[in-house]
Design a protein around this ligand. Structure first.
Ligand SMILES: NC(=O)C1=CN([C@@H]2O[C@H](COP(=O)(O)OP(=O)(O)OC[C@H]3O[C@@H](n4cnc5c(N)ncnc54)[C@H](OP(=O)(O)O)[C@@H]3O)[C@@H](O)[C@H]2O)C=CC1
Ligand SMILES: Cc1cn([C@H]2C[C@H](O)[C@@H](COP(=O)(O)OP(=O)(O)O[C@H]3O[C@@H](C)C(=O)[C@@H](O)[C@H]3O)O2)c(=O)[nH]c1=O
Length: 286
């Protein structure tokens, strides 16, 4: 039996990890900041020791992209320094670190899907700190799998799906950017992949992998689909990034190429609209 530590377990991905691992024969230890603050290296060491941890799944992060622009220190503490802590503790204990990164490590100025080995060039503080976290893992010498994902949503926590459900029920019109293109990802699908890797002990397949749902859309297309599936009536209009008030620059094209993850783990990936239907059905039942 393996012991698996999940950090940031009250977030979107953390909650989906709780759900997918319910019937596992392995022992999952779920923690959020109250049980384990990942900025505290000694607290990480203690829990690894106490629970005899072999795998760490880091679902904790600073994910507010707009706020990060004004709060580099906190974003860096969580997305970089705390990740360095986890990787040091993983190295010391011989455990494997499964970590999540983002499409925002790319500048996104080419309209072909981004490969794992492309040069990274983040446009904002969130992406810069997430990239620094990736580098800290690589430099630590611990065993790792890093999954760069994109546009995560789930019935848990805050996300674009819930924001759009609210706005399209409250407003008659809404402007949404159409010049940022990517792929939405249901956090449950990513959790299922991570669970499969742990349960099948594919932990030695170290590397950086890209994972999102299948397909391509703009935030505008995503918003239109969310609105329609939610049964809301709102006139959603496409706008350019510079017409939407935000101080952050976001990638124009950050579709992730998933060839490597599909080949390495033998998976098929759900189409983004199919997963969105499932999530919205669940939200309707809440
Ligand atoms: N959301 C997205 O669109 C995307 C996310 N990602 C990455 O995927 C991963 C999971 O994201 P997601 O599930 O959306 O994240 P969430 O923001 O939903 O969850 C993050 C969790 O981490 C917790 N946390 C904050 N500080 C600490 C701390 N010091 N110690 C332990 N836990 C802490 C938060 O608690 P609290 O809420 O109390 O602060 C929260 O429960 C992250 O690495 C993120 O960067 C990648 C691409 C897209
Ligand atoms: C609410 C709203 C947003 N937008 C735009 C702003 C932005 O360009 C886009 C998406 O808005 P969000 O605030 O969800 O974007 P953002 O928080 O940047 O989403 C990102 O989060 C981090 C954590 C990631 O790792 C990324 O993969 C990505 O999911 O939609 C509109 O055009 N109209 C609106 O009414």
């Amino acid at each position: 039996m393996m012991n698996i530590l999940v950090t940031g377990a009250n977030g979107q991905l953390g909650n989906e990890m709780r759900r997918v691992s319910k019937s596992s024969g392995n022992h999952y230890v779920f923690t959020d900041v109250a049980e384990l603050d990942i900025t505290d290296l000694n607290a990480i060491r203690r829990i690894i020791d106490k629970e005899n941890i072999q795998v760490i799944v880091n679902c904790a992060a600073y994910t507010n992209v707009d706020k990060a622009e004004d709060d580099y220190a906190t974003a860096d503490l969580l997305n970089n320094k705390a990740v360095e802590n986890l990787s040091m503790a993983a190295k010391e204990s011989g455990s494997t670190l499964i970590h999540i990164s983002t499409d925002y490590v790319f500048k996104g100025d080419r309209n072909i899907p981004c490969h794992e080995d492309w040069t990274t060039d983040p446009l904002g503080v969130y992406g810069i700190t997430k990239l620094a976290g990736e580098k800290a893992i690589l430099e630590s010498g611990c065993r790792y799998l890093i999954f760069r994902t994109a546009w995560l949503y789930s019935p848990f926590g805050n996300n674009f799906v819930k924001t759009m459900q609210r706005l399209t029920s409250e407003r008659e019109t809404l402007n949404v950017v159409f010049d940022q293109v990517g792929t939405p990802t249901y956090a449950g699908d990513l959790a299922a992949l991570i669970y499969k890797i742990i349960e099948n002990n594919f932990l030695n397949r170290q590397g950086i992998y890209h994972y999102s749902n299948e397909g391509v859309c703009s935030w505008y297309d995503f918003a239109k689909e969310i609105c329609a599936l939610s049964g809301n009536c709102c006139d959603i209009q496409p706008c350019h990034s510079d017409e939407f008030p935000s101080k952050v620059k976001r990638p124009h094209f950050s579709v992730l190429d998933k060839t490597k993850v599909k080949k390495t783990f033998g998976i098929t990936v759900p189409y983004w609209k199919d997963s969105l239907v499932k999530c919205i059905e669940e939200l309707k039942q809440k």
